[in-house]
Write a protein of this length. Structure first.
Lengths: 567, 218
């Protein structure tokens, strides 16, 4: 697109020839190699799946508002929690921040024109789309659907009901989807894993090879470090779950005994393989969110980030520890007490780097001149919610406690505080913070704050009661419950609707402002020192008008220019 | 991005719009090494499963492995080792800009890959004839020891996945050969030759672990 004139106005707003409007054809969007457009494609896709996954959660919560409610059938309930888990994990939050904000920001933050392999980037997106389509076919159960359309549906709809973990032997024997459900869904997860691997690989190479002159490793923004740690996990952990899911398919199709005890296989081995990926995947979700918060808090507090090196090494440390704690998901699986004790002790180790990060964020805010913009509210909510998530995680790492809490609502509440309170809030915070850069416009701040409070209140009302339910012994994934659990379930249901409404309003505010917004954003509305704010808003196709040279760190707030980065 | 990238002088590196050609070379190489790491982890779970069941069903695995013909396995090892040598020669030929020698040496590697697959197919069909194969009468017989099925199950998974990689590696080398026939490579630009050879070495390396595990120690 070299022929386009790139002329921003005095504030750095770029009206013509920015990445959004330099080529308007649909083909130019669907076949784009521009990391910023690919980020938008991902954003639209993952938010659609977030919406569907959220609706499925609200249906479940409505059903659980009363004991013996029987609003939906047990089979549908099982299908809904499977759908909710699969959508939210594989289609929404694993690509989540890296594929959307990471794709958009990584080249801008390191001063590059694009990621290292733009074609591979687009290819990753289409692998993701194919995986999503296969997943939907698996859920709606094609064999039944074809029969139904031909008017010869026999029996009842028999959708996938394994939960997102596909534990054997149930997954190797269930007839869900006339036997095709598990095969198609695990294949979908395998395909989606490929997309994740290729994105991670692309990011690692980009960070190693495409940093602008002067952007040395210890000047990298913490979000880039977060994405780097994430990419390492994506690249190294995903192949293991990939082959595991393929083995599950092979086992079902050929009758070879690998994970099914009836065929001489070992279901605990399946759990080990599954969690070898699916524990690190939690850090794939939350490490980029750490990075987002680490970007927002210094800018909004007008202070250098506290303990930059500690933040960086904590990210790398979390990625390393991520690989050696997986079996804490399996304390009740029948593995040896000795290994359980070791994994419990190692799991405590996760608390150290995560606590270092929390202290860094709080110390960065200390004595800063804080702006309470909506993005900052989200970032502070993240710190608050993540502290609850982290401390309850330490309870669950204790062997004796976990035996009692395993598979109860306590665990459900814990990981929703981690994933929703951490990763999803991180994504929403990032969308609000970088929105002026992405779309060159401002959103309505009043609506943003209102939806934030609604969402924050709703979230806590949904999941704080679930801690109590778990402590009282309410098991997860149950279709029904005893009357004494009613009040907490009802609070949770009411909270879920507030939570859902909050997300809907927040995202509607952003969407309408992106399309019809009138207030134009300058290139650097927060006076940030980050490199991504130095190019026009929205950025032109090639990002920077002149190739940037970096002379100071990203967080040298409060120093005169000539003293920046002397350290 | 435009049509100008299609018209390239022979042996000159393609110019991506977002980085210079030296960076592109190093980026591609780092990307390939990372990809090879993911391949190793893909096989790692299967190796771990093999180790577990070898320990659980020690005697049965021993007996089952004796049904394999170690001479065919050894022959295949030699074939793959030789093909790795010619792949390495092809990279050297690319570095000195000898496109004909790339075609010849990668051609030999592809032929070796084909020989490997033919020998593998002979082995598979022999197993099928004896019934050690999913779907045969013997396999479906309830008296046929379950742990034999575990051994052959993992054997087919490991060697099948490896054979798939052989096919992918051959396809990559054939693609490089078509480019070399158009004199696309020179000392200034030989990235695809090097990456193709790296991939082929990995395919060889995995087999070097599979052969003793499956055929020799049983």
């Amino acid at each position: 697109m070299g022929g386009h004139q790139v002329v921003p106005d005095a504030n750095g707003h770029l009206k013509e020839n920015n990445y959004l409007n330099c080529d308007k054809s649909i083909k130019s969007w669907l076949l784009t190699l521009d990391h910023k457009r690919i980020a938008i494609l991902y954003l639209v896709s993952i938010l659609s799946f977030f919406f569907v996954g959220g609706i499925s959660a609200l249906i479940m919560r409505s059903h659980l508002a009363m004991p013996q409610a029987q609003v939906i059938s047990p089979d549908l309930y099982n299908a809904l929690f499977t759908l909710h888990g699969v959508l939210m994990i594989f289609l929404f939050i694993v690509p989540g921040i890296p594929a959307t904000m990471g794709n958009f920001l990584l080249p801008l933050m390191i001063g590059a024109k694009d990621v290292a392999f733009p074609r591979l980037n687009l290819f990753s997106y289409y692998i993701y789309v194919v995986g999503a389509l296969i997943g939907f076919v698996a859920i709606i159960n094609p064999v039944w659907l074809i029969d139904y359309l031909q008017g010869m549906a026999q029996g009842v709809w028999n959708p996938l009901d394994t939960g997102w973990t596909f534990y054997t032997p149930y997954s190797t024997s269930t007839g869900a989807g006339e036997g095709w459900g598990v095969i198609l869904m695990t294949f979908a997860a395998f395909v989606l894993g490929f997309s994740s691997i290729l994105t991670g690989l692309n990011f690692i190479v980009t960070i190693h090879k495409l940093r602008a002159p002067g952007m040395n490793w210890m000047r990298l923004p913490v979000l880039v470090w977060g994405l780097y740690a994430t990419s390492v996990i994506q690249t190294l952990a995903t192949p293991v779950v990939g082959i595991t899911l393929i083995l599950l398919i092979v086992e079902r199709v050929l009758g070879i005994g690998i994970f099914d005890p009836a065929k001489g296989g070992d279901p605990v081995l399946y759990q080990h393989f599954f969690w070898f990926y699916s524990h690190p995947v939690v850090y794939i979700m939350v490490l980029p969110a750490f990075g987002v918060v680490g970007e927002i808090i210094p800018v909004m507090s007008r202070k250098p980030i506290f303990g930059y090196k500690a933040v960086v090494f904590a990210s790398i440390g979390i990625a390393a520890v991520a690989f050696i704690v997986w079996a804490h998901h399996m304390f009740t699986s029948g593995m040896s007490a000795f290994s359980a004790a070791i994994f419990s002790a190692l799991t405590f180790g996760v608390a150290v780097p995560t606590a270092v990060k929390v202290f860094n964020w709080v110390s960065t805010m200390y004595k800063g001149s804080i702006r309470f913009d909506s993005a900052m509210l989200y970032a502070m909510a993240f710190v608050f919610l993540f502290m609850i998530a982290g401390t309850t995680g330490v309870y669950l790492a204790v062997l004796g406690v976990d035996i009692y809490y395993h598979d109860t609502y306590f665990v459900v509440a814990h990981f929703h505080y981690t994933i929703q309170g951490g990763a999803v809030i991180g994504l929403i915070a990032a969308l609000h913070f970088w929105f002026p850069k992405m779309f060159g416009k401002f959103y309505n701040e009043g609506w943003a704050k209102f939806s934030f409070w609604l969402l924050f209140f709703g979230f806590n009302l949904t999941f704080l009661p679930q801690f109590v339910l778990g402590m009282e012994g309410m098991p997860r994934r149950y279709y029904d419950y005893l009357p004494e659990f009613s009040s907490m379930h009802q609070l949770s249901t009411v909270g879920a609707f507030f939570n859902g409404l909050g997300y809907t309003l927040a995202l509607l505010n952003l969407t309408t402002s992106a399309i019809w917004g009138k207030r134009l954003a300058p290139s650097n509305p927060y006076n940030s020192l980050g490199l991504e704010w130095q190019c026009p808003s929205p950025p032109p196709h090639d990002n920077f008008i002149t190739p940037p040279v970096v002379t100071s760190g990203s967080y040298d707030y409060g120093y005169p220019i000539e003293e920046r980065s002397k350290a | 991005m435009g049509s100008h990238s299609e018209i390239i002088e022979a042996g000159a590196p393609p110019e991506p719009h977002h980085m210079d050609s030296t960076t592109a070379y190093h980026a591609a190489k780092l990307g390939m090494w990372l990809f090879l790491a993911t391949e190793i982890l893909l096989f790692a779970a299967l190796f771990a499963a093999f180790a577990l069941y070898h320990w659980w069903y020690f005697d049965e695995f021993h007996h089952a492995s004796e049904k394999l013909d170690w001479r065919l396995g050894a022959l295949n090892t030699a074939v793959l080792l030789f093909s790795s040598y010619t792949a390495a020669v092809a990279v050297y030929a690319a570095q000195i800009g000898d496109n004909k020698r790339i075609v010849k040496n990668f051609g030999i590697s592809v032929a070796c890959g084909l020989i490997f697959l033919i020998i593998k197919a002979v082995e598979y069909s022999g197993k099928y004839a004896k019934g050690y194969f999913p779907g045969t009468d013997l396999w479906s017989d309830p008296n046929f020891a379950q742990s034999y099925k575990n051994y052959f199950g993992i054997y087919y998974c490991l060697t099948g996945l490896h054979a798939l990689h052989v096919i992918i590696g051959m396809s990559v080398m054939i693609w490089v050969i078509t480019k070399a026939r158009k004199n696309r490579f020179s000392g200034r630009y030989y990235t695809p030759v090097e990456l193709g050879a790296l991939y082929w070495h990995l395919v060889d390396l995995i087999w070097i672990y599979l052969f003793p595990l499956l055929y020799l120690i049983g």
